[in-house]
Design a protein around this ligand. Structure first.
Ligand SMILES: Cc1ncc(COP(=O)(O)O)c(C=O)c1O
Length: 334
């Protein structure tokens, strides 16, 4: 088989077949390979879906806080964004007004980004009822749930309602963001339209990488990699929590640490620009949750600790320097 020519917009058949089996086994996702479109990361999936489902008349319900770039993709299409607040369990579905008629409801139910909550079953069911009633689609962004450290695996909303949920997966966290491979699992009714949009965007994603990835998964290497990396990330996560607790004690509460490659530290400190600059000047690259907040002011005491690509030595040194900056700040304020 030669992969040097043009292929079809939905991507490699080999990869889509492997993915449909792999995702059923690991995530409980029910889909046929014909419902999968391979994209250039989750980002392209959001862009294609925004083009298909959103225009200047549309309303998009979106978790708040949320990865900063995601609402911007919908705003670019002229949509009205309605932020839905997030608590420690994810989107507060009970705060969605029944009068709303959105085109899309965007959620990260397996590990809310950034706060880290796992959406409880009652809220999932509530969302599905609401989507059915309003004829809207739930965009389920499942960006890092493979790395789960505590409790049983979290299932997907797609598995509960394949006709109302558009599932978006990516290899950015599980393997590498430089791969630029993600995928959309679509209700049958949307498949042809998404394929057309993909064709007009970039014809299709690069085939050679897709075929290599398919064989990597088929050979069992991805699952081995996940087992290995889960152990490594868990050990870094545990170490970071230990450092935060021993250096900062009651000053910090840990949130959202059961899954993924980051956790949240909630402090008794407000992270003003001054203190964030001071952290940066001390060599600490860290982002506040507030950066991702749509409605400002609710998350000014929380920081996002990404630990996936740091060594234990770097984690320990970073927390030690952070403690110094925080203590200096508190002393100055007293
Ligand atoms: C919430 C969320 N979804 C998805 C992604 C992955 O995007 P991509 O697959 O385009 O790299 C990210 C990246 O940081 C993210 O924060």
């Amino acid at each position: 088989m030669i992969y040097y020519g043009y292929s079809s917009p939905e991507g490699s058949e080999e990869l889509r077949n492997v993915l449909s089996t792999y995702l059923f086994r690991t995530r409980g996702i029910k889909c046929h390979s014909s419902q999968i479109v391979i994209t250039s990361g989750a980002t392209q999936a959001f862009t294609l879906l925004a083009k298909l489902l959103v225009n200047s008349e549309s309303e998009v319900l979106i978790e708040d806080p949320v990865t900063k770039e995601i609402p911007e993709i919908f705003i670019e299409r002229g949509a009205r964004i309605s932020p839905i607040p997030v608590d420690e369990y994810g989107m507060q579905t009970e705060s969605i007004s029944t009068k709303r008629k959105p085109s899309i409801i965007f959620v990260t139910p397996s590990h809310q980004f950034p706060l880290g909550g796992i959406l409880p079953i009652q809220r999932r069911i509530q969302l599905i009822h609401f989507a059915k009633k309003t004829n809207s689609y739930i965009l389920e962004d499942d960006y890092d749930s493979e790395f789960r450290y505590l409790g049983p695996p979290v299932s997907t909303i797609q598995g509960l309602s394949p006709e109302r949920v558009i599932y978006i997966g990516t290899f950015s966290k599980i393997l590498s963001p430089s791969l630029r491979i993600g995928y959309i699992i679509l209700p049958n009714s949307l498949v042809e339209n998404v394929k057309t949009l993909k064709r007009y965007t970039d014809y299709h994603s690069p085939t050679i990488e897709q075929v290599i990835l398919a064989r990597f998964i088929q050979g069992g290497h991805l699952e081995k990699h996940v087992v290995k990396m889960r152990k490594l990330y868990k050990s870094k996560r545990d170490f970071l929590i230990k450092c935060l607790k021993s250096e900062l004690g009651d000053r910090v509460k840990i949130l959202g640490a059961s899954t993924g490659l980051h956790l949240i530290g909630q402090f008794n400190v407000i992270f003003s620009k001054k203190i964030l600059d001071k952290l940066e000047n001390n060599g600490i690259i860290i982002y506040p949750v507030e950066k991702h907040a749509l409605v400002k002011g609710h998350h000014i005491n929380k920081l996002i600790f990404g630990y996936g690509n740091l060594t234990k030595v770097e984690l320990e040194e970073g927390v030690r320097r952070m403690k110094k900056v925080i203590e200096e700040e508190l002393e100055q304020n007293n």
